[in-house]
Design a binder for this molecule. Structure first.
Ligand code: MG
Length: 459
C-alpha cells in the first residue's frame, strides 16, 4: 500500500537548469529546494510547493515528455493561468471531463504539465451559485454594514448577475451561428434547444471576463491594464471566435505595441466600429448601477476605446452599459415600458447611428414583431454596433422579466447571434439573474471561473 507520491521526476537537457528555474520558480509559483550534496553533482534541480515535489534531472539524450506529465492541483487555477499566459507559456483549457476545470501548459523545454482546479474551487462553480442566486459563503468577506467593502461586494454581485446571463446568452446564441437551412428554422420555430454539450461561450464572454477582472482589480477601467488583459486572454485561448480584425489587434498588443496606435490605425485610420465593444460591456453597467449614469457613460467609453477607436463603437458600448445599469437599479421595481426604457438609453448615448436606431426602436408600436424589428434595425450581419445593439436592446426591453423569452426572440433574428444574445442576456439578467432558466440550459452552459462570482483577487 502506498500513502503518497513523494515526487515526480522530469527530464531536462544538459545545461537547462536556468531555463527551467525561470519557469518553475517563476510563474508556476514553486520554490527551489536544494538537492542533497551527493546528488547535486549530477546537475538538475528540485522544486516544491506545499506537498508537491518535482525533480528535474539532466538527461543527455533529452526529449521533452509531451504525453507523460504530472497533474498538479491549484488552489487558484485562474490566477495561475493568467500568470503563465502573461509569461508567454501556453495555456490550453480542456472541457473534456465534465465538472473539472483544467488546462495543459509546457515548461520551457517542452515538458507537458497539467493543472486542475482544487475540489474547493470546483464546488463553487457558478451553476451552484447561480441556482441559489448567492455568492458562495466561503467568499463572503467580513464587512462593516454600509462600509466600502459592502459596496464593493454589491458591485461584484451586480456584475456577476449580468455576466452569468451574458455567458449563457453567448453560449446559447452560438448554437445557432453555424446551423443552416430548414433544420435551423424548424428547430428555432419549435424552440428546441440544441442537444450538443457543453455550450461553449465565445469571445464575447472571454472579453467580458477581462472587463470584470479589471473592475475587481482596479475598481475602475484602467485602459492599459484592460488592453493587456484582453491580449493575454486572447493569446492563452485564441480560438473563441474573435472577430476578424481583433486577431491582429490583440496579437499586436500582446507583442508590446501601443494599443492607442494599434486601434487608431484600424480600417485605414477610422478605427473599428465592430460590435466587440458592446458585446462585453453589460457587466460594467451593472457594476456602476450604484452610481450616477454619467460615470457609466464615461467608464463604458473607456472600455470601448481599448480595442475600438470609432465613435460608433463607443456609442454601442455606452448604450449597452446604460441599459444594464438601468436594469440593475430597477430590479425591485416594475419594469419600465419598452419605449420609455429605450428612450432613456438613447438619452445617455452619444449622437450616433446607434442612438438614432434606438430612437427608432423606441417608436415601434407594442404589436411590432421580431421580424419587423430585425429587418429595420439589423441583427449584426455587418457585425457593427449600429446594426447589432439596437435590436439586442429592443428584445431586452420587450422581455425584461423573462430571460428565456428574450433569448428566443433574439435568436430568431439570427445574424451575429452569439453577440446579440450576449448583449440581450447581459442586460436582462442584470435584472432577473438566471431565474426561470431551465436546468438543462444551466447544465449545458460552459462554466465561468470562480473568481468571476467571488471577486477574489488573491494570486
Ligand atoms: Mg462571439
Amino acid at each position: 500500500m502506498f500513502v503518497a507520491i513523494d515526487h515526480v521526476q522530469l527530464a531536462i537537457p544538459v545545461g537547462g537548469e536556468d531555463l527551467v528555474r525561470a519557469f518553475y520558480a517563476g510563474p508556476l509559483g514553486m520554490t527551489e529546494v536544494p538537492k542533497p550534496d551527493a546528488l547535486a553533482v549530477r546537475g538538475g534541480c528540485w522544486f516544491a510547493a506545499g506537498p508537491v515535489q518535482l525533480h528535474l534531472g539532466v538527461e543527455a539524450d533529452f526529449r521533452p515528455a509531451r504525453k507523460a506529465h504530472p497533474a498538479l492541483v491549484a488552489d487558484d487555477i485562474d490566477a495561475l493561468a493568467e500568470r503563465l499566459a502573461a509569461a508567454g507559456a501556453p495555456v490550453r483549457w480542456s472541457n473534456e471531463i465534465p465538472g473539472v476545470r483544467r488546462f495543459h501548459t509546457e515548461d520551457p523545454v517542452g515538458n507537458r504539465i497539467e493543472v486542475l482546479a482544487s475540489p474547493a474551487d470546483r464546488a463553487e462553480r457558478p451553476c451552484a451559485a447561480a441556482k441559489s442566486g448567492r455568492v458562495p459563503r466561503r467568499n463572503r468577506s467580513p464587512t462593516r454594514p454600509g462600509g466600502r467593502e459592502d459596496a464593493r461586494m454589491e458591485r461584484i454581485r451586480n456584475a456577476a448577475r449580468s455576466l452569468r446571463g451574458l455567458a449563457l446568452g453567448d453560449a446559447f446564441g452560438q448554437r445557432w451561428f453555424f446551423r443552416k437551412g430548414e433544420a435551423l428554422v424548424d428547430q428555432l420555430a419549435a424552440r428546441r434547444t440544441p442537444d450538443e454539450s457543453p455550450w461553449h461561450w465565445t469571445d464575447d464572454t472571454a472579453m467580458a471576463l477581462s472587463v470584470v477582472r479589471i473592475l475587481h482589480l482596479h475598481g475602475h477601467i484602467d485602459q492599459d491594464a484592460l488592453a493587456d488583459h484582453f491580449a493575454a486572454t486572447y493569446t492563452a485561448d485564441p480560438n473563441r471566435g474573435y472577430g476578424g480584425s481583433m486577431h491582429g489587434v490583440l496579437r499586436a498588443i500582446h507583442d508590446g505595441g501601443d494599443w492607442r496606435e494599434i486601434t487608431a490605425a484600424q480600417f485605414e485610420g477610422q478605427g473599428s466600429w465592430g460590435n466587440g465593444s458592446a458585446m462585453r460591456v453589460a457587466p460594467l453597467g451593472a457594476w456602476y448601477a450604484l452610481d450616477d449614469l454619467d460615470l457609466v457613460v464615461e467608464q463604458a467609453a473607456l472600455s470601448a476605446e481599448a480595442t475600438h477607436a470609432h465613435p460608433e463603437a463607443t456609442a454601442g458600448a455606452v448604450a449597452v452599459a446604460v441599459a444594464a445599469a438601468l436594469m440593475t437599479a430597477g430590479r425591485d421595481r416594475m419594469a419600465p415600458d419598452p419605449d420609455v426604457f429605450l428612450g432613456q438609453v438613447a438619452d445617455h448615448t452619444p449622437h450616433s447611428e446607434v442612438r438614432g436606431a434606438l430612437r427608432t426602436a423606441a417608436s415601434f408600436p407594442p404589436a411590432t414583431t421580431w421580424l419587423h424589428a430585425a429587418e429595420v434595425l439589423g441583427t449584426g450581419k455587418r457585425m457593427s454596433c449600429p446594426d447589432t445593439v439596437p435590436f439586442a436592446l429592443w428584445t431586452a426591453a420587450r422581455h425584461p422579466d423573462d430571460l428565456v423569452e428574450a433569448l428566443w426572440t433574439t435568436a430568431f433574428g439570427l445574424g451575429d447571434v452569439d453577440t446579440t444574445c450576449a448583449i440581450t442576456a447581459g442586460v436582462v439578467s442584470a435584472r432577473t439573474d438566471l431565474d426561470r432558466v431551465p436546468q438543462s440550459w444551466l447544465t449545458a452552459a460552459e462554466l465561468l471561473p470562480a473568481w468571476a462570482e467571488s471577486g477574489s483577487t488573491t494570486h
